[in-house]
Design a protein around this ligand. Structure first.
Ligand code: IFM
Length: 497
């Protein structure tokens, strides 16, 4: 068996070394379902069709117009952290080309565009007076979207903490929650007159776990104690920002985009079923349950409120009755109870005695190595809808594939079309069965900086040539535009290979 290293890469942690499930047992336990709707499928009227991006992944201009250094600037400038030494210094140069990009959003016939705001453009060091040039950039972007009848749908924080705040302790430091609440006040006061719907965080589980526990993302720390505290401070920040935003704009619609994946037991044993539920409580709802229910789910063994840094009154502060739940879904998890022998291999097995494998072995894999599992979107939407009864926005779903351009210059990315076709059919099924889903955002509008993977993974409906910055619509983009315009998937089903 492959040896487990620490720190682990994201893929190591989630795909192989900590997993003990045998592939054959899995395929017996998890037959691929055949009940995906195959005929023409119509989505609700007034449905939002969108695409999603994030500031660090597309903007570039990393040190222009007064922008401060973020943890991702620092991390990507550190040798060996990012594949091929890539950085987001220029990325898609969106900071200078946003008008062209809004035209592409329009060409896709979409009526919603999810983007994020770089905290360091607004407050270069994470506190103090706002930088007018930073606010002005987002103000211009928002105006361009509104002129094109596209809903601006911003996220306040998509992983780019000001480096100055990391130097002061980062997310494990309680003070960061207050800094974040101040930042949310500035942004809402400046832009809330034109933006109604907001996300506070993007994937809080991912940026805390990869940033403070696994060390594969910025700021690259591997400290279990700091990690546990960071999760509580993020929950505090979520509750505090929610109240600040509602205070400034009571009619605003505020949610968070969570990384949410259905978790299946590797075998029908009670131990594996319990392992799957434990995984759901940590990886899916650790940042949702405090907001909506004012409590932490029972995910860890032996982790006390003191270890999380919980102080009297905090469990009221973490509450945030989110107006919607953002679902980012890419894959499923397979969980099995950890074997006693594996405890010494897994640095957190004492507090989390589960082996988690990312994806099963039934579907094809994308370039990320992620299994294509369309039914997972149905499963997680139904579970979240049943457990929390809130409106849902699909805030991310998509796939990385590289295809050479055909003779006509277009990427005929049939695998990407098949992916979207499959997931959207499963989403339609969830809606039909009662889930209140308001919108869907494809990740991503265009190829961009895929974090530790640099530019090696292409998620875009639009191809970007990073040497020339030329954007070219893929066949999937044309396909998505038709869907966004008609709101209907035609009857012919292309099956993912
Ligand atoms: O690129 C990321 C995005 O920033 C957050 N969600 C997952 C995407 C693909 O890995």
């Amino acid at each position: 068996m492959k040896k487990t290293r620490f720190p682990l890469t994201r893929r190591d942690f989630l795909t192989s070394s900590l997993s003990i499930a045998a592939a054959s047992a899995l395929s017996n336990a998890l037959p691929f379902p055949a009940n995906t709707p195959a005929g023409a499928v119509s989505f609700p009227k007034n449905f939002y069709w969108g695409t999603a991006t994030a500031a660090y992944q597309i903007e570039g201009a990393w040190n222009e117009d007064g922008k401060g250094e973020s943890i991702w600037d620092r991390f990507s400038h550190t040798p060996h952290k990012i594949k091929n030494g890539d950085t987001g210094d220029v990325a898609c140069d969106h900071y200078h080309r946003y008008r062209e990009d809004v035209n592409l959003v329009r060409a896709l016939q979409t009526n919603s565009y999810r983007f994020s705001i770089a905290w360091t453009r607004i407050q270069p060091a994470g506190s103090g007076r706002p930088n007018p040039k930073g606010l002005d950039f987002y103000s211009r972007l928002i105006d361009s979207l509104l002129e094109a009848n596209i809903r601006p749908f911003p996220t306040l924080y998509h992983w780019d903490l000001p480096q100055a705040l990391e130097d002061a302790g980062g997310w494990p430091n309680r003070d960061t929650a207050q800094r974040f609440a101040d930042y949310s006040d500035i942004v809402m006061s400046a832009l809330g007159d034109r933006v109604q719907s907001w996300m506070i965080f993007n994937e809080p589980w991912v940026f805390t776990t990869l940033g403070y526990l696994l060390g594969t993302h910025a700021p690259g720390r591997t400290d279990v104690d700091a990690y546990l505290r960071s999760t509580h401070v993020v929950n505090l920040a979520q509750g505090m920002a929610f109240r600040v935003m509602k205070g400034v704009r009571p009619r605003s619609v505020v949610g968070t985009a969570f990384s949410l994946s259905p978790v299946q037991p590797a075998t029908p044993s009670n131990a594996d079923k319990e392992a799957a539920e434990r995984t759901h409580r940590w990886q899916n709802v650790w940042f949702l349950e405090p907001a909506l229910k004012g409590k932490y789910p029972d995910a860890f063994v032996g982790v006390t409120p003191e270890m999380l840094g919980v102080q009297p009154g905090d469990m009221e502060k973490v509450r945030a009755p989110l107006d919607f739940i953002g679902v980012n879904n890419y894959f499923r998890y397979i969980a099995s109870a950890i074997r006693p022998k594996a405890i010494s291999l897994n640095p957190i097995a004492k507090i989390f005695p589960v082996d988690v494998k990312l994806g099963g072995d039934t579907g094809p894999k994308t370039d990320m190595g992620w299994e294509v599992y369309p039914r997972g979107l149905y499963e997680i939407v139904m579970r979240i809808s049943k457990d929390y009864g809130r409106p849902i926005e699909i805030t991310e779903n998509g796939c990385a594939y590289t295809d050479a351009a055909g003779k006509d210059g277009t990427d005929h990315d049939t695998r990407r079309i098949a992916y979207y076709n499959g997931y959207l059919r499963e989403l339609a099924r969830a809606i039909k069965e009662g889930a209140d889903v308001r919108g869907y955002h494809a990740w991503s509008l265009m190829d961009n900086f895929e974090w530790a993977e640099g530019f090696s993974k292409r998620f875009g409906l639009i191809n970007v040539d990073f040497k020339t910055q030329k954007r070219t619509m893929r066949e999937s983009g044309l396909w998505y535009a038709k869907l966004a315009q008609s709101g209907t998937l035609p009857a012919a089903v292309k099956k993912a290979k």
